[in-house]
Design a binder for this molecule. Sequence first.
Ligand code: RNT
Ligand code: ZN
Length: 407
Amino acid sequence: MSKTELRYQVAKDVFAEVGVDTDAAMDLLDRIPISIHCWQIDDLSGFEAPERGLSGGIQATGSDPSKAKTKEEFMRNLTKALSLVPGKKKLALHAIYLDNLGAFVDRDAIEPKHFAFWVDYAKEHGLGLDFNPTYFSHKNADSNFTLSSFDPSIRAFWIEHGKRCRRISDYLGRQLGQVCIDNHWIPDGYKDYTVDKLAHRELLADSMDRIMEEKLDCTVDSWESKLFGLGIESYTVGSHEFYMNYAMKHDNCMVCMDMGHFHPTEQISAKLTAFSVFGKDVMLHVSRPVRWDSDHVVILDDELKEVMLEIARHRLFDTVHIGTDYFDGSINRIAAQALGPRSIKKALLYALLEPTERLAAYEKAGDFTRRLAYCEEMKALPFGLVWDMYCERCGVAGRDWVERVFQ
Ligand code: RNT
Ligand code: ZN
């Protein structure tokens, strides 16, 4: 028996005492996919025009020299990062991570063939794929208006991009035999006091209708709301309420909630069952907002645990789609890319090891004293030893994984 196994036996025994089966938890954990964003590797530069800076009110800060400079380096670093994350994985792409097949292709001209190399990559590495249209970092987004622009030619350009991305997403899904989620985020909004908050929303709803007109079987759309962006502080067209109401009226799409896109004390963990009760799926962008939408690398903090507890308690494994979204340039990009999904998996394991029925029974009986006391005691159970066992079983580096980054 390895040291990890020996220690695991102790943990297994402790959890069994509170009625939790650690083996079953690990089996389940292994089957829940995490959709890992690809853009931490190069600060969202992409392959379309990497020299162009980010726009649309988002930013990567930090000067660690590990940013991938070429496509080859990008692919190598990505592969290394993914190898450090245990369990089932999807890879989330952005439209700017294309192969232009030798000549510049604009966003309103991209086709499935520009992403065929990702299908090969996904097959080789046993990954699913998700997709994101890129409605920013482009001259047609310089006004900070895309799908809700008053300029008909700008709006038409982005509608065409949206439609094409859906077809690409459907192609990726079909090739891999699993639904590819097509997540739309637009930067549209005003920096300052806004008089007409309606007109742009009417245009956005119309653009969404047009983009999602075509019936496609292997893709599902999610629409990502936001509170504000840099330079778009006062008014956001695609707010949470906007997309939520849209999604409630249309059954072919869902909302995406990014953890950084709400007021600082607002918690998305509290919102998940408000969707599940109406049978709505939700896409998550797991991020870590520090004081604002800062997109820090995800760590095992209280809100991450709460999100995963909600998913585990209500068995939302098939309806809440867990994805990462952050970009931090201050630490090694490969390590950053691997750290977030590892933390999510840890949080999920922590949640799967909760003796929920017992705690819920106290609650139902009105015994709030025991509810609080036992919830607090659960935090000290040896879940880290189960995590070590899980990593060993998956053949993925345990506590010293970060050393592999530097090898
Ligand atoms: C921006 C959104 C969006 C982007 C990615 C790159 O605030 O969070 O998800 O981060 O599409
Ligand atoms: Zn996001």
